[in-house]
Each structure stands twice: as C-alpha cells, then as structure tokens.
Design a protein around this ligand. Structure first.
Ligand code: HEC
Length: 116
C-alpha cells in the first residue's frame, strides 16, 4: 500500500515538473518584435506603430506599420524568403531564421496592419 502511495506521489511531482518545464520553454519563445529586431530588419525599416526606428532613414524603404493591401500572411512569408515578388520585385534580403520565427514575425506585422 505504501509503495503505491509513494509511486502516485512521485508521478504527480514528475508531471508537475514537466508542466513547469513546458511553461518555461514557452516563456522563452521570442515575440515577433524581438525576431524582427534580431534579424536586423530595423536596419532599413521603421515600424512606427511599434516604436521602432530605422537605423538608416530612406524614402525607398516603407514603414511596416501598414503592409501592402491585398496580400495575406502566407504571401509575406514567401516574399521574405524571396519566393514571391511585390511590385514585381523580390525583397532586398532573405529572412534567415526558422519558418516558425518567420510565421511569428509576419503574424505580428499583420496584427499591426489590421489594428487601426
Ligand atoms: C537592405 C534594406 C532592407 C532590409 C535589411 C529589410 N528590408 Fe524589407 N524592404 C526593403 C525595401 C527597399 C522594401 C520595398 C520594396 C518594394 O517596394 O519593392 C521592403 C519591403 C518590405 C515589405 C513589404 C512592405 C509592404 O509595402 O507591404 C516587408 C513586409 C518587409 N520589407 C519586411 C522586412 C523584414 C521582416 C525584414 C527583416 C527580415 C526586412 N524587411 C529587411 C528593404 C529592406
């Protein structure tokens, strides 16, 4: 009887440990803004809505508070991998991070675009 109780107690504490590990892993996940800055997109782009200033100011580089109309997240993800063109041009640089990071970052940009 005692061993069963001990086993149950052990199992419960083990599951608690794994839950907190998962929570820790999630809290380590980068936000779209962090990925954007980490990929040095702000070398060229400002994102006024998120308080991001471009390091190099240029009239040729659009502010990303509002993305071009008529395109979805999937399109921008492809565009940033240079698999799609916008205004019949490919993007200046290809995104080097993972597809998950690309998705998080594009979703973040899209959320700014849809917010008024
Ligand atoms: C070397 C400068 C440069 C860097 C670095 C750069 N971009 Fe761009 N980006 C541009 C230019 C220039 C355009 C406009 C291209 C055009 O209109 O054809 C553009 C366009 C875009 C667009 C389309 C904007 C619209 O009007 O819808 C998005 C989205 C974008 N960039 C995201 C990014 C992201 C994310 C990064 C970082 C991974 C990044 N850019 C890094 C120069 C840059």
């Amino acid at each position: 009887m005692k061993t069963i109780k001990t086993t149950i107690a052990l199992l419960i504490s083990l599951s608690l440990v794994s839950i907190s590990l998962v929570q820790f892993a999630y809290s380590q996940e980068k936000t779209g803004k962090e990925i954007f800055e980490g990929a040095k997109c702000n070398a060229c782009h400002s994102v006024e809505k998120a308080g991001i200033e471009a390091k190099k100011k240029s009239d040729k580089v659009p502010d990303l508070s509002k993305l071009a109309e008529g395109h979805d997240a999937d399109f921008f993800a492809k565009y940033l991998k240079k698999e799609e063109t916008l205004n019949s041009k490919k993007h200046a640089v290809a995104f080097k991070g993972s597809d998950e990071e690309l998705k998080t970052m594009v979703d973040w940009l899209m959320s700014l675009t849809s917010a008024e």
